[in-house]
Write a protein that binds this ligand. Sequence first.
Ligand code: MRU
Length: 359
Amino acid sequence: MSEVVNFPRTVEWRGGLPGILRLLDQTRLPLEEHYVELRELAAVHDAILRLVVRGAPAIGIAAGYGVALGLQTERALAPAVFAARARAIAAYLESARPTAVNLAWAARRVVERVEREQARGADSGALLEAALDEARAIAREDEAMCEAMGAHGRRLVPRSGRVLTHCNAGALATGGIGTALAPLYHAARAGQKIAVYADETRPLLQGARLTAWELSRAGLDVTLITDSMAARVMAERRVDAVFVGSDRIAANGDVCNKIGTYGVAVLARHHGIPFYAVAPSSTFDLTLAHGGLIPIEERDAEEICAGFGRRTAPKAVRAYNPAFDVTPAALVSAIVTERGVIEPVDEKNVRAVLSAASG
Ligand code: MRU
């Protein structure tokens, strides 16, 4: 891996005010590196819904900018009405996808900043500037959190460098070098040989389309497998650790992530392989006591029956398509955050690590 890999910017604000939101269209990877330029709020909602931008931290960054984008046309409103409009825009964006808490966290953070400035007597032009400033801060902080997770998680990367990952929790899913992939990038930067088995991640193939693309572009050794091959790969002793990201982590350390993650964790436990989740503090939801309370997004059955435009199931068949599952804390060996490593995973340690200063 080269010292600094030039990852494409997944989410970027272009221009000042007015500006546009530029997204790398992840639905077109790995065939095309195509960017979309969004000028309207509805387009941001649609991009989140369709997974043009995806991965919990990246969705959060897009939502933060989305609130600023939606407010650009509202600066003629009186400040109190402008703040109310910010709340409505945030609620609208939050409705795009329910599971990744980063979305609501970021949108509400921008709204709270607007409300604070309004309470201080700022006019609507200044409120709009504050909204963009807060969205930019969220993006900057996410990049720094990825580096910190990489630094904290590096010691967990096995000496063999042989790991398995599920879905995409790398640069494409964040504003930096990723969550689950960050410790691997740090280890590779330090000269360690890394070899990753990437689950293809049915039904939308984030592992095949995105993780395989991103890791090979960064110069890391990557081998693609179908999800159902993970058991065989573990039984053959080909991996020594599992690293995954998360969309929401409950107070007790239950980890919600892409559908199939729970199965990987069960397999890892059976084979005596450590299972690590890597996520920034913005992914924790301490208002939820356990993972059973996390809302699980259910997506269109057509993603299973006619994925990528090719019908593979009879037209009349019923299909169930939950996009995420919950891995109980008991199966998680450690959770890496930008504030340190939670190990063992229980509510006391979750709260202790999260209350530590970041870094
Ligand atoms: O449906 P997606 O592609 O948004 O799901 C993404 C995942 O499940 C990731 O593993 C998770 O968001 C962690 S991203 C750093």
